[in-house]
Design a protein around this ligand. Sequence first.
Ligand code: PMP
Length: 429
Amino acid sequence: MSSRRNNIISSVREQIPALSQKMSGKPLIYLDNAATTQKPRQVLDFLSDTFVWRNANVHRAMYELSDRSTEAYEDARETVRSFLNAPFRENVIFTSGTTASINLVAYSFCKKFVGKGDVIVIEADSHHSNIVPWQLAAERVGAMVRVLPTDVLTGSGRSGALDLESLDSLLTPEVRILALTQISNITGLNNPVGKIIAAAHAKGIPVLVDGAQGIVHSKVDVRKMDCDFYAFSAHKIYGATGVGVLYGKKEYLEAMPPYMGGGDMVETVTYQKTTYAPLPLKFEAGTPNFTGAAALKPAIEFAQWLATGETAQALKQEEEDIKSFMTDYLTSDRGIELYGTPSSSARGVGLDVKAPIFTFNIKSINAGDLAQLLDKMGVAVRSGLMCAEPLLNSFGATSALRASFAPYNTLEEAKIFTECLERARAMLF
Ligand code: PMP
C-alpha cells in the first residue's frame, strides 16, 4: 500500500477515538459496522455541545435557547435533504431509526391505500424490519404479503441475488406497494433498485427502499433513484442512536394519515377533533430526539468528507483490496460457505455490486463459539441470525458469522481478522 494512502487512512482513523481502544489487551478490530458504526470526534463534540449550549425543546418556546435548538434540528433536516437530493424539507421526516421509518409507512400508507385482497411485495433478502411491519399491516387491512425470491429460493443459483425474472409475474394489479432493500445486511449485495423501481412504476406501484446499509456504501440520490420512500438510521452513518430518517414523496406523505398522535403534530385540537400540522411535523409526534437528530449534520459532513477527493480515492482503493482479499479467502476454502457471492459462476467477478459485508459459516463449527474466541483476540464480529432469519434459512443456515467493514477499516485489519479466525478455527476443530 502506498504511504500516501496509508497516511490518509490513518488521518481518518485518528478522527474516531473508539478505534484506538483495546479489547482483551489487543487493539480493537471492529468489524460489526453493519450493526452500528463508530463515531468521529466532530459528532461527539457536537453532541456534547448540544447538551450544553442548545438543550431546549424544539418548536415550542419563545426564548433564545429553544430557538438555537430548533435551528440545529432544522439545519440537520436541511443537511439530510441536500444529502439525499430531496426536493423539499417537507420530504424529510425524523424518526427513531430505519425500523420506525418502515413501520410508519407500513401503518399509514396501508391504512390509506391498501385494503382487503390487495398485495404487498417484499424481498427475500430483507432484514426483519422490512418484513414484519408489512406482515402486521397486511393483517390489519386484510392484505397479503408476496415475496420476490433470490436465486437460492428459485433454485437457479447460490449467489443470493434477487431473481429478477420473477418480478414481472409478481407485480399483478392487486399489488399496492413494493418494499425493497438497497443492500442486504447479510449478502452485502447491491440490488438493482433503479431497475426494479422502474418496473414497479411502469405498473403504477410505489416503492419503499430500506437504505440502512445503502446509505453507507453508495451515493444516494432519491430523485435519480425515483423511490417513493427511503429509510435509513443515523447510527449506521456515524451519527447518534435513536434517530432515523424517512424520505417520502409529498403526494404520498400528504395523503397518508398520521402514524402517532401527540404534541407538535397538530394544528388545532378540541376534545372532539384534531387537525394536523403540515409536513413534516405531521409525522413527528412528541418530543423528538432533537439532540441526536441535530448531530446528523456533522455525521453527514463526515460521510461526505470520506466520499470526496483524495480521501475518497484512498478509501475506495482500500475497500477494493479488502473485498478481493476477503472474497478470495472465503471462497478458496471448501470448508467455508460465504452467503452472497456477486456471481454464482465466477469467483471474484462483479465485486462492484458487493458492499464489504461478509456473512459465512465454517463447516461443523458454531458461529457463536468463533465470535467469542475472536473477541478474546480483540476482533468484534457478529454471530447469529443478524435479523434476517428467512434469508439465512434459505441458505440452509440457522446462524452465521458476519464481518462488516466500514470505510475506516483497513486491509491490515482484514488480514489480522483472517489469521485470528484460523487460530479460533484450529482451537474448535
Ligand atoms: N434494514 C437493514 C438492511 C439493516 O441492516 C438494519 C440494521 N441492521 C435495519 C433495517 C434496522 O435498522 P435499525 O435497527 O437502525 O432500525
